[in-house]
Design a protein around this ligand. Sequence first.
Ligand SMILES: C[S@@+](CC[C@H](N)C(=O)[O-])C[C@H]1O[C@@H](n2cnc3c(N)ncnc32)[C@H](O)[C@@H]1O
Length: 239
Amino acid sequence: MLEINKIHQGDCMDLIKEIKDNSINLVVTDPPYNIGWKYKAYNDNRKDYIEWCIKWCIEIIPKLKSNGIICLINYPENNNLIYQRLLNFFKFVQQLVWCYNTNIGHSKRKYTRSYRTILVLSKGDNYTFNPILQEYKNPTDPRIKERISNGSKGVTHYDVLNINLCKNVSKSKKNNGINQLPDKLVNFLIKSYSNKGDLILDPFVGNGTVFNQSIYLKRNSIGIDINKYQEVSVNSSQG
Ligand SMILES: C[S@@+](CC[C@H](N)C(=O)[O-])C[C@H]1O[C@@H](n2cnc3c(N)ncnc32)[C@H](O)[C@@H]1O
């Protein structure tokens, strides 16, 4: 059995099998995006990418509790294909959009990519959901102004999240942090779809963002990565 509150080195396709059945409340993960990144032990350029994603998702199913949720962060074109295939195994909850500012990746042939999607799927109907209020994006709209003046706290629920990338200058950036998720995004997903004491899995833990935020938010966690994880202290920031 894989030890809890530990990051394990190995191929997640093998190590997921070693997790106790029916023990995981939430999976939050961004696998390699199949765009040729160099991840030391892994060549991020698979011909069978979507098939591979489906395979490890299927390995996760028996490990999830009946009210478990899986949040898959990826580019929309990948998530759209993954979504089609996973509907045979999971129930669709929703697709969130994570938008970020970026000054890289410009092309003369297309618009600059500045969002990813988060495919939220559940194993059963009774999944955990703790909706998080966010500030109105249009506080100057007369109807919203009126709502606020009538006592509304100026917040509502959105499925589009505007959260900055974890940049090289971010406080929480790890030295080896390629493709490091922002703490704020991970924090949002963990709080939304789990409770204190729950067990959270990230089978592609990278710099440990999901693992560290899980511990910070008083959840338990299992991290897996094919590369050696460089121990970092539990992160209490959201920057
Ligand atoms: C997009 S990065 C994850 C970044 C992470 N969310 C963070 O915030 O730092 C993908 C990770 O998947 C790992 N990886 C690639 N293939 C793997 C496999 N078969 N099993 C486990 N980890 C793998 C890579 O080493 C890399 O760290």
